[in-house]
Design a protein around this ligand. Structure first.
Ligand SMILES: O=C(CO)COP(=O)(O)O
Length: 249
């Protein structure tokens, strides 16, 4: 479908100014693989300096509030992220759904708020191990997707990340068949929900992506790239993942 591969690092609560050389090195890797869109979602404290060091990579935030401003101590609006250089933001990461009790409706509202500021959005979905073991992964993820999907969802500003919770930071990944099945089901659900544009929306896989498994994952039909945690913290581990996406075309 001509979908450009998208590979995004999620630094989570990692990174101080001392790590900015890694942003520059990853930005340089991005420049050598221009066929791939590369980004880094860094802690909010690093967005400004990372956006000055970013090279060919875009810089994003890891969450935003659904409101533009107000009495929400400790929260950041999409406008605030944008002002310091973010062009993308992740919403609905499973760690926020678990730790901050974010609901599907919260996630949809955050995505809309980001869109209103002109930010591009990665919306995360994924099942727990219990749900997977109960044989309910597919219906769970599809229902989470449908309830989290923002109004006016469109491929030019929204991407989906399938991140099974049991694969995040565990070194485990689903089988290639399981990833294919889920991405195919998400693709069909997107086309169902938003029409033909759903065929253009990028669907990323996330959860223990590394240099050893990236080529196999990125070769799957409906996998349009990855959302990478631990392996994105250093250019030496993220670079080969970017290269694998470039090779997968
Ligand atoms: O949660 C993730 C990215 O958002 C995945 O993290 P890991 O790549 O460290 O498993």
């Amino acid at each position: 479908m001509g979908r450009r591969k998208l590979v995004v690092g999620n630094w989570k609560m990692n990174g101080l100014r001392a790590h900015l050389p890694q942003v520059a090195a990853i930005g340089a890797e991005a420049n050598t693989h221009a066929s791939v869109e590369v980004g880094l979602c860094v802690p909010a404290t690093l967005i400004l300096s990372a956006s000055e060091a970013r090279g060919g990579a875009f810089i994003g935030g890891q969450d935003c509030h659904a409101q533009d401003s107000g009495a929400h101590t400790g929260c950041l609006s999409a406008a605030m992220l944008k002002e310091v250089g973010a062009t993308w933001v992740i919403v609905g990461h499973s760690e926020r759904r678990a730790d901050q009790h974010e609901t599907d409706a919260d996630v949809a509202a955050k995505a809309c708020a980001a869109r209103a500021q002109g930010l591009k959005v990665i919306l995360c979905v994924g099942e727990s191990l219990d749900t997977r073991d109960a044989g309910a992964a597919l219906p769970f993820v599809l229902s989470q997707l449908s309830a989290s999907l923002p109004q006016a969802a469109a491929a030019d500003w929204l991407s989906i990340a399938y991140e099974p919770v049991w694969c995040i930071g565990t070194g485990r990944i689903p089988t290639m068949d399981q990833i294919s099945e889920m991405h195919g089901a998400i693709r069909a659900a997107l086309v169902d929900a938003i029409g033909a544009d759903g065929a253009h929306m990028r669907i990323l896989y996330g959860g223990s992506v590394n240099a050893a498994n990236a080529a196999d994952v990125f070769a799957l039909a409906d996998v349009d790239g990855g959302l990478v945690g631990g392996a994105s913290l250093k250019a030496e581990s993220f670079g080969p993942i970017i290269a694998a996406a470039a090779a997968a075309g």
